[in-house]
Design a protein around this ligand. Structure first.
Ligand code: SF4
Length: 372
């Protein structure tokens, strides 16, 4: 019998998904709690309706893979400080505009109060702004993971080749494997249990390949599947998790081989690490994670906004009441936050997980509010 819900447009191959769901039901011999690391997976699971179709006993937790959500209050405060300086024009992706910083203040509010802030769709747009506004300093806010950082690095290389004196990047880039290491090292299983397996991010893995995740198996005996974003990809990834558990052989497996090569994209990594070096970084709600950020190398120092404007991270109080940190670590679900859907909504977000389209609180609010 066809499972209701498989006929929506997200299911390109309903028959395949039906078969995969059936296989999952057959093979599920104990509860499976998996963490989807990437915000795109979170949204894919909700938007397709897959969450309600999964066999009882399979539970998903959202992880730290939404770049806007993990941007720290102090980093937002640094952006706002810089946005207020004369002669500076900030260029940023739109998602960052509404992220609350200290005392709830956002870049959107700073813009309303007169700061020069433009929304751009790529770092190249910011470079173009620098060419158009020669009398202003254009600062691109570099937010994102290994997926975005190579493009930003290539833009910095281009700015250097062009000798642009009024372009720089304020880097808040973050790296996924060190965050997973921190999460596993500090794992505190809840009443429901720990994390049995990880659905690893498809986009980030196009750059990284499999190698950077091997520590999860070697040091924590935890399996990970690099998965695509179609419902069938996610279901196949879950089956792979169950099969590994049955054989007691955890591994890092590549389900998304049509997009991710086992060795990743060496060319993109070469560009990335020509410009940037790993550095310690602050993650919202999680804290300082060693070697989990990217700082510009001395050979590109003139494009480093931290140095150009002698900026430091302001010491600011954290946003009160927001439990994004626990949500990003898989210790709570959005519905367990007392502010969810009351003081905190997409129209009036208290924390970043409610702002970003890939934030778990925003996804729960949009797709699951009546079904928590
Ligand atoms: S519902 Fe709002 S306040 Fe609560 S964790 Fe999510 S973003 Fe933070």
């Amino acid at each position: 019998m066809k499972t209701p819900g498989l006929n929506n447009s997200a299911f390109a191959d309903p028959a395949l998904c039906q078969g995969l769901l059936h296989a999952l039901e057959q093979k599920l011999d104990a509860p499976l709690r998996f963490m989807e690391v990437c915000g795109t997976h979170t949204v894919a699971i909700f938007r397709s309706g897959l969450r309600s179709l999964l066999p009882k006993g399979i539970e998903h937790l959202s992880g730290p893979g939404c770049p806007v959500c993990v941007t720290h209050d102090r980093e937002i405060a640094a952006c706002i400080t810089l946005a207020g300086r004369d002669g500076v024009r900030i260029a940023t992706f739109g998602d960052l505009m509404r992220v609350p910083g200290p005392e709830g203040k956002s870049l959107k509010q700073a813009k309303a109060q007169g700061a020069a802030i433009d929304i751009v769709y790529s770092p190249l747009d910011a470079l173009q702004l620098a060419q158009q506004h020669k009398d202003e300093q254009i600062v691109f806010l570099g937010v994102g993971f290994e997926t975005t950082a190579p493009t930003v690095a290539a833009t910095i290389q281009m700015a250097q080749r062009k000798g642009l004196p009024n372009f720089s990047v304020l880097s808040f880039h973050k790296l996924v494997p060190p965050a997973l290491e921190a999460l596993l090292a500090d794992e505190r299983p809840t009443e429901e249990g720990g994390i049995d397996a990880f659905l690893l991010p498809g986009h980030v893995s196009t750059i990284l390949g499999l190698e950077p995740y091997r520590f999860m198996v070697e040091r924590y005996a935890r399996p990970g599947v690099i998965g695509g974003f179609d419902p069938a990809d996610i279901l196949q990834s879950l089956l792979l998790m169950l099969e590994m558990r049955k054989k007691s052989v955890p591994a890092i497996v590549n389900q998304y081989s049509r997009a991710v090569s086992d060795t990743g994209n060496a060319h993109a990594r070469a560009i990335l690490f020509d410009v940037f070096a790993p550095s310690d970084a602050l993650w919202r709600g999680i804290g300082l994670i060693p070697a989990s950020g990217l700082v510009m190398k001395d050979s590109y120092a003139e494009y480093d906004a931290w140095k150009r404007f002698s900026l430091t991270l302001p010491d600011v109080p954290e946003v009160k009441g927001c439990t994004c940190g626990d949500i990003l670590k898989g210790r709570r679900s959005p519905g367990q936050c007392p502010l969810f859907g009351k003081a905190c909504t997409p129209a009036n977000p208290v924390g970043p997980c409610m702002v970003s389209t890939e934030g778990s609180c925003a996804a729960y609010f949009k797709y699951a509010i009546g079904n928590l």
